[in-house]
Design a protein around this ligand. Sequence first.
Ligand code: PEP
Ligand code: MN
Length: 295
Amino acid sequence: MMIVMEEEASADGVRPAVGPTDPGLASQFGRRGRTVIDIDGRKIGGDHFATIAGPCTVESRDGLLAVAEVVKYAGAQLLRGGAYKPRTSPYSFQGLGEEGLRLLAEAKQVTGMPIVTELLDVRDLDPLLEVADVIQVGARNMQNYPLLTEVGRSRRPVLIKRGPSATLEELLMAAEYVLKEGSTDVILCERGIRTFEPGYRYTLDLMAVPVLKQRTHLPVIVDPSHAAGRRELVPALSLAAAAAGADGIIVEVHSDPDRAICDGPQQLRAEDFPDYLRQVERVAEIAGKRLAVAA
Ligand code: PEP
Ligand code: MN
C-alpha cells in the first residue's frame, strides 16, 4: 500500500493530490486539503490545536461542574466525560448512563462547552445524540463495525480511538466505516498501544502522529492519560504530542482524583491544569499551530 506524501489539493478537487495513494476517503485530500472540524466555533485540524479535557467518568453533578469550570477558564475548548464506561471487569462501576448524559447536558448549558462522550452500545445512540457534540468511539470498539456505521449515519462528529493492538491501517479503515456513510467529521486519536514493555500502562506511539498526517487529511489528536496510566507522566507525553504535530489532546482532569471512581491515578489535578495547558500550548505554537481564543 502506498501513501500520500503531499497535501496539496488535486486540480479537480476530488481525486487525491498525488497518486498512487491509499484507497479510501480518509486518504483523499481533495479540494479542501486537510479536514478542519468546526464544533460550535471550536476548530480541530489544519493549523488549529484543540484541547478536550474533563473527567474520565461523570461521577457527580458537583464534581463535573467544578472541573468543567476549571478546564474552560484554563482554555480547553471541549469538555469530555463518560456516561457509559467500558470497564475491564463487569463488576466495576459502568457509568451513570442516562443520568450521566443529563449531567453532561447541564455542564454544557452552564459552561457553553461542546461535549465529547463515548458511545458503547448502538442502543444508546438516540439519548447520546441529545447531548454529544462529538461521539467518542473507544479503543475497545474501534473495530465494532456496526457501531461505526450507525455513528457515521448520524453525521455527528466522531472521535475514534486507536485500539491498543490496532495498526494504523486498521485505524484508517475504522474511519472509513464512518466516512462511507457520508459523515465528514472524523478525528483520529492515538492513546497508547500494547508492547512488551511492562513499565507503564501502554506505549504512546507518537510516530503515529506524523505518519497518520501523511496518510490522511483527518485531524489526529493524542490521549496522554490512558497511555500513561499515571498523572506524573501526562505532562511530558502531552508536550511531546504537541511537538509531534498533533492537532490536539484529550486529557483527563478531576477535581479530586484521589477519590475518583475510575482512572484516578492518571487524572490531572484540576488545580494543576491551567499551568499544564499553558505549557502544552506553548509547544503547540512552536510546532506551528494557532491557538483558539479563550471562550
Ligand atoms: C476514555 O477515554 O475514557 C477511555 C475509556 O479511553 P480508551 O477507549 O482509549 O481506553
Ligand atoms: Mn478514563
